[in-house]
Design a protein around this ligand. Structure first.
Ligand SMILES: [Zn+2]
Length: 403
């Protein structure tokens, strides 16, 4: 049996008054999802273990069968894998945002969603001025970059910049959580302060300010960690050859550490205009070939949730159904080796909150010949009546592989 996990990021939601108390999953027309629910086995899954905030990286690590208590080392180190940057055993890596500061306060965490082209010039300047044998900056995408410190410690408390818009810089600076971490903390504070002078006078920012855009005038390091020690899925679950298909660096990075091949799909944007057909075709081709596990991640519904756009969220769900799930169901019916399909979100991103929550999500597992339960629709409430019942995230992979 081969396996495919189709994950609609942030697809789960809360009941919405404008939809007569239905959730987007209940309201959307999704014959493919409902085929899986009706002919498969359903349940609900707690994807965010206690003590963790409901980040996509936490939930997706769990869905792939990793215990975040043991392997989670922050966003930076996961994104590093996707950027092709190695983290040595004596290095600490972290997300390094380019942010916009105004009057000593954080104006925004994204420097007005600066373009990657502009950001790469700024990161290059930072590396030239602040880089050393100890400190290195690596360019990622838009405002999301990477900072590594050789000999650094991870027990430094750093504030995620998106949590503190409008807050004074001085009150939000890194704090050492141990005496040993003080040198790392002092270095980070020094880098933050010196970055302002370098960035503020850089031609890229001069140009941005001239046309009324936010300057990317400070770095903001956060989410520190060492190289994750993740066993590949081949060792953990006997997966012979697996692949990840996603537009998101964080997910591709997790895939790399998990020993999966990253299949790039042209036009996969991470937004609602993503290349759904291309992703479906890539997944089908992988399953027809020698891959025995495919992890297909679609970001669009999460973005719609963050925008609080109910209509858009419904559309992204219907696109996932019609343009990915239905073609995959049809394709696997003709495949020589049977394929089990799992469908789930990683966490809810309720439109009224515009952010993630830790509530349980619905999940379904289907393959030809599986004994179905009584559930007929794929949504948050129907899944509560599924035969799998309520599960914790580490039970998901074994359920799928032994279904
Ligand atoms: Zn997510």
């Amino acid at each position: 049996m081969k396996h495919i996990i189709i994950l609609g990021d942030g697809m789960a939601d809360d009941p919405i008054v404008a939809l007569d108390g239905q959730t987007p999953l209940q309201y959307a027309v999704t014959p493919g999802f409902d085929f899986l629910a009706k002919h498969g086995v359903n349940g609900t899954l707690c994807t965010v273990p206690g003590g963790f905030s409901p980040g996509s990286e936490i939930a997706n690590l769990g869905v792939l069968g990793y215990d975040v208590n043991k392997v989670y080392e922050g966003r930076g180190s996961l994104e590093a894998a996707s950027m092709g940057v190695d983290i040595a055993d004596d290095e600490v890596a972290m997300r390094c945002n380019l942010i916009c500061v105004e009057n000593g306060k954080i104006k925004n965490h994204s420097a007005g969603h600066i373009s990657t082209e502009e950001a790469s010039e700024l990161i290059e300047a930072l590396q030239k001025e602040l880089g050393s044998d100890t400190v290195s900056f690596h360019c990622g995408v838009s405002y999301r970059h990477l900072l590594k410190i050789r000999g650094g410690r991870k027990d430094v408390q750093c504030t995620p910049p998106h949590d503190v818009p409008g807050v004074d810089i001085d009150g939000a600076l890194p704090k050492a959580l141990s005496e040993n971490a003080q040198p790392t903390c002092d270095l980070l504070v020094d880098l933050i302060r010196r970055s302002y002078d370098i960035l503020m006078t850089h031609p890229v920012n001069r140009r941005r300010m001239e046309i009324g855009k936010d300057p990317a005038n400070m770095i903001w390091p956060w989410s520190l960690g060492y190289r994750p020690s993740m066993l590949p899925l081949s060792d953990l679950y006997g997966i012979k050859k697996g692949a990840v298909i996603s537009a998101v660096d964080l997910i591709k990075g997790i895939g790399r550490y998990a020993g999966l091949d990253v299949i790039e799909v042209e036009g996969a944007t991470g937004l609602y205009d993503t290349n759904y057909e291309g992703k479906a075709e890539a997944a089908i081709e992988a399953l027809r070939g020698d891959y025995d596990l495919v992890f297909l991640h679609v970001e669009a519904s999460d973005e719609a949730g963050h925008e609080g756009d109910v209509d858009l969220k419904i559309r992204t769900i219907e696109y996932l159904d019609k343009r990915i799930v239905q073609p995959i169901i049809n394709a696997v019916k003709d495949m020589e080796e049977p394929v089990a399909i799992a469908l789930l979100p990683d966490h809810p991103t309720p439109c009224h909150l515009k952010t993630h929550t830790s509530n349980p999500v619905p999940f379904v597992i289907w393959h030809a010949g599986i004994e179905p339960d009584s559930v007929v629709f794929f949504d948050e409430q129907s899944a509560c009546h599924g035969a799998y019942g309520y599960r914790t995230v580490l039970e998901f992979m074994p359920l799928l592989l032994n279904s």
